[in-house]
Design a protein around this ligand. Structure first.
Ligand SMILES: [Cu+2]
Length: 330
């Protein structure tokens, strides 16, 4: 089975060089309106996170109605949250292994929701299972200690039968964990550590999101949008310096699978995957990324001409396993 051909070979990430040469385990509570447990940890970081309807300017003209996560650091390092300007994506949560965190989630959507920390090892009742959904106006309090290795994880809603459209409407964010082991490796950091969330979307003539549950072409496949967004923006361009970068890529699409490769045939250097950093970098012609999966690339722009461009493309492929799609359809 082949993915919708429309987007094959589409360039969606344009990198242009500029002159920078130029644990909490209380009893499992069934779905309650407000889960407030005895203060079982003293958190290093406390975050207020809400799901809320909003509007963002994605395409020229009319703003697009979205649903999104908004967050605020209540206690601890203000750098524990990083907002992506102008994006519908939720703030990036940045924590260190060993930190204890409390996240107070308020659902300000007109329907049930709950947050799942994808890839994070947390107690069962802290993991946003659909049975813990909360209704509009309600709050769920998460408390856990970060025990994952350094890596790229993410969060998204997980209410039964509503996950697909809530994610599609904009509800997703990255969850980055650091640790000493990672620091010792000396990967590009700060401004040279770039999150890239790749998603496909379709818009109507009024710039509003179109979502067809169950898919466009075939009921066995999920929805495939006809525009690729990176970090919530179409036609994404990142200006880079002539030096190495770390790119943390999440496939936040509902169903689309990407086969990522550099336009000029430069091999892709993979340094991390869903489970965190690899023992050593692996060089490949391309890397395939299914929905919800992450891959971390190391790329060196040293020696490239100032003003030149390098495209990260979604390459043509066939033979997509149906079993691999729709992981967010539930
Ligand atoms: Cu997930």
């Amino acid at each position: 089975m082949q993915q919708s051909g429309k987007l094959n070979r589409r360039d969606f990430l344009r990198l242009s060089t500029i002159g920078a040469a130029a644990l909490v385990a209380g009893p499992a509570l069934s779905s309650c309106d407000f889960v407030r447990r005895a203060l079982s940890i003293s958190p290093d970081v406390e975050i207020a996170l809400q799901a809320v309807p909003g509007e963002v300017n994605i395409l020229p003209g009319k703003a697009t109605r979205v649903w999104q996560y908004q967050g605020k650091v209540i206690r601890g390092d203000p750098g524990s949250l990083q907002i992506i300007p102008g994006s519908y994506l939720g703030p990036i949560i940045k924590l260190r292994k060993g930190q204890r965190v409390r996240i107070v989630f308020t659902n300000n959507l007109p329907e049930n929701s709950i947050v799942h920390w994808h890839g994070m090892w947390v107690p069962d009742d802290m993991d946003g299972h659909p049975r813990f959904v909360i209704g509009p106006g309600k709050t769920y309090e998460y408390e856990f200690q970060v025990i994952n290795r350094a890596g790229t994880y993410w969060y998204h809603p997980h209410p039964h039968m509503l996950t697909g459209h809530q994610v599609y409407n904009g509800m997703a964010g990255l969850f980055l964990v650091t640790d000493d082991q990672e620091s010792a490796v000396g990967l590009p950091a700060g401004d040279f550590d770039i999150p890239l969330v790749i998603q496909d979307r379709s818009f109507d003539g009024d710039n509003q999101l179109v979502y067809i549950p169950g898919g466009t072409n075939d009921q066995t496949m999920g929805f495939l949008g006809d525009r690729i967004m990176v970090n919530g923006h179409p036609d994404y361009t990142l200006q880079v310096a002539t030096r190495p970068y770390r790119l943390r890529i999440l496939n936040g699409s509902n169903s689309r699978i990407y086969k990522l490769g550099w336009q000029d045939g430069t091999p892709v250097t993979v340094v991390g995957s869903d489970g965190g950093l690899l023992e050593k970098p692996v060089s490949k012609p391309y890397v395939t990324l299914a929905p919800a999966e992450r891959v971390e690339l190391w790329v060196d722009f040293s020696g490239r001409d100032i003003g030149s461009e390098l495209l990260l493309q979604s390459l043509t492929f066939s033979g997509v396993a149906c079993a691999a799609v729709s992981s967010l359809g539930g």
